[in-house]
Ligand binder design. Structure first.
Ligand code: PGA
Length: 256
């Protein structure tokens, strides 16, 4: 992987004030940074403001969700074409908060994946095991199941040029990050699993880790060969932490 990929997922946080202050500081701090792609995924209402704020930089725009429909009578929803229209490039889908709190099934997520690919946007497909699955040693099984649902519907080649974010559910927002070596084992499994189904193409899949990433644990995670980047939640709202994580990602890829 030539570049690391760090995505900051603001979740339901932020304000116009945060957009202007954080993005100004971020762009200033990241001048000259190479080897790391940076994506900001704010709440949808701030996408336009973030787009404006990052227009002169290499930072790219991400969204946290998309609807399964292209258009029509679906009050409150946002389509993949609309996201593309305003300059979004990456879209997070399958996040466990949406799976659990909004009852999104694997089938709904597969549909979202399809809509994004059709529009030429990059899905950031979150997968990962529950705490119970982890305790039972079923992590790989859970990840394979979530990948299979999409492959069965759309074929293995749809995994070209996508981002898979491995996010153990028990590690999200808990301060309990997974151990780097365990994450490496799961990422290697995910890459091999996709490769076996789609020979020659799996190297195009970027595999991120997410779940209580901080500026303290980022370096050890990024040192693992199959951790291509990080999906950062709470630590991305702290400008110093987020800048440090991006610097570590860029440095790690320079020495790799
Ligand atoms: P966290 O969130 O970094 O706050 O654990 C990660 C995520 O939900 O993507």
């Amino acid at each position: 992987m030539a570049h690391a990929l760090v995505i900051g997922n603001w979740k339901l946080n932020g304000s116009l004030h945060l957009v202007s202050t954080m993005l100004f500081d971020l762009q200033y701090a990241l001048r000259g940074i190479q080897n790391c792609k940076v994506v900001i995924a704010p709440p949808v209402i701030y996408l336009g403001n973030v787009k404006q704020a990052i227009c002169d930089s290499f930072i790219e725009l991400g969204a946290q969700n998309v609807d399964i429909h292209a258009s029509g009578a679906f009050t409150g929803e946002i389509s993949s074409a609309m996201l593309k229209d305003i300059g979004v490039k990456y879209v997070i889908i399958g996040h466990s908060e949406r799976r659990i709190l909004h009852s999104e099934t694997d089938q709904v997520i597969a549909r979202k994946f399809y809509m994004l690919k059709k529009e030429g946007l990059i899905p950031v497909l979150c997968i990962g095991e529950t705490e119970a699955e982890y305790q039972e040693g079923k992590t790989k099984e859970a990840c394979a199941r979530q990948i299979d649902v999409i492959m069965h519907v759309q074929g293995s080649e749809v995994f070209n040029d996508v981002v898979v974010a491995y996010e153990p559910i028990w590690a999200i927002g808990t301060g309990k990050s997974a151990h780097p070596e365990q994450v490496q084992e799961v990422h290697s499994f995910i890459r091999t699993y996709i490769t076996q189904k789609n020979a020659n193409k799996a190297s195009l899949v970027t595999i991120q880790y997410g779940g209580s990433v901080t500026s303290k644990n980022a370096e050890a995670l990024l040192a693992q060969p199959d951790i291509d980047g990080l999906l950062v939640g709470s630590a991305c709202l702290n400008i110093e932490s987020f800048i440090e994580i991006i610097r570590l990602a860029a440095k790690q890829k320079q020495v790799a």
